[in-house]
Design a protein around this ligand. Structure first.
Ligand SMILES: C[S@@+](CC[C@H](N)C(=O)[O-])C[C@H]1O[C@@H](n2cnc3c(N)ncnc32)[C@H](O)[C@@H]1O
Length: 349
């Protein structure tokens, strides 16, 4: 078996399938997507799995939470011995540096969480004993994934550290903080974790920086920025959480976020306004074209249908209108905490 196995939010399989199909065609690799709605994953079959995974970097995929290269499909597994077929499939495939035993993030898939945990605990030492897995986690070897879709059916796959999500199921575990004004705070926290590298976070998120939050109420994103000790201009007609305003770091402007202009350039602009994606993309582009910000995180709320096409249009609108920059980075992903939306990070640093 050869190709890719990508995880996604349940219900977004057609969008991920459309994305993989178009991107594979774009790099002239033949293949086809196989998926069912609400499964939480997409298989992309291709005779040339290694070249496909190389040509489609994880950082460029929007609807994939995780990108794996398929090794084998294991059907009719014997519940009393699931390990032997895995050994057979791994023969001659070299050593792996970490093991993740996973399941789809779907209603049905979640029932397999217990099996995945206990089987992982049994498989890990057995793989180490056979030399299939390094004695401790090592990033220089590929990661091994066993992906159960039922108790008797699994896929064996591998990922490259640095070209995949580092978290099991591709989901970062973030805890909602008691002081956060809204659950939306998790979206911006995840965006910083998932869309910036560690080095970029260190260099680009600093105390004392100036930020603008468009569509800020009740203040989850502003709260995340103030925790980084930034000074924030929060733009929204709605009310902001009182405690946030008391920090002395936040100025609240009750004006239209599509008209607001900063006084002088700011380090960060973030935007969570609910509007048509192309309208948001155009306004975000204006901020970069006019030099009003150097970094931005913004959400694009997606329509119900043709979400991949709408994503492409909105990202193109942004890129084509953001002005001439030596270096404009654009990364977009449907994050775990995103619902009918994707999150974009843009930077001219
Ligand atoms: C999803 S909520 C934002 C939640 C916020 N990010 C948080 O973490 O608490 C969207 C907000 O955008 C605001 N909004 C929508 N259109 C706007 C506009 N044209 N100008 C300013 N705010 C707008 C709404 O009032 C609403 O508070």
């Amino acid at each position: 078996m050869s190709g890719l196995l990508c995880y996604c939010r349940a219900g977004f399989e057609p969008d991920l399938a459309a994305e993989l199909t178009e991107r594979a065609a774009g790099v002239h690799v033949a293949g086809y997507a196989q998926t069912s709605r609400n499964d939480g994953y997409v298989l992309f079959h291709s005779d040339n799995g290694p070249s496909l995974t190389h040509e489609l970097p994880f950082a460029e995929l929007v609807f994939a939470r995780q990108k794996l290269m398929l090794l084998a499909e294991l059907r009719d597994l014997d519940p009393t011995d699931r390990i032997t077929p895995i050994f057979e499939a791994l023969a001659g495939r070299g050593r792996h540096g970490e093991l993740m035993v996973e399941h789809p993030d779907s209603e049905e898939g979640k029932q397999l969480a217990g099996l995945a945990r206990s089987f992982g605990n049994a498989l890990r030492p057995a793989l180490r004993k056979r030399g299939f897995l390094s004695q401790k986690d090592e990033a220089r070897f590929p990661r091994l994934h066993v992906f159960f879709v039922s108790g008797t059916h699994a896929y064996l796959a591998q990922s490259v550290v640095g070209d995949s999500a580092p978290w099991p199921l591709g989901i970062p575990r973030l805890r909602m903080h008691a002081d956060a004004p809204s659950r939306s705070a998790l979206k911006l926290e995840e965006a910083f974790m998932a869309l910036l590298t560690e080095r970029e976070r260190h260099a680009r998120i600093k105390p004392g920086m100036r930020a603008v939050d468009l569509g800020a109420a009740p203040g989850g994103w502003t709260w995340v920025l103030t925790r980084e000790h930034m000074r924030v201009t929060a733009v929204d007609n709605g009310p902001m959480q009182a405690e946030l305003l008391e920090t002395g770091l936040v100025e609240h402007h009750r004006v239209d976020g599509f008209r607001y202009q900063p006084v002088g350039a700011v380090d960060w602009m973030v935007c969570d306004m609910v509007e048509q994606p192309r309208k948001v993309a155009e306004r975000m582009a204006t901020w970069f074209r006019e030099g009003w910000c150097r970094n931005a995180v913004f959400n694009l709320k997606l329509p119900m249908k043709k979400r991949w096409q709408e994503t492409l249009l909105a990202l193109d609108t942004f890129a084509n209108n953001a002005g001439e920059h030596d270096k404009l980075t654009i990364r977009a992903r449907q994050l775990y905490h995103d619902r009918e939306e994707i999150t974009v990070y843009a930077s001219v640093e």
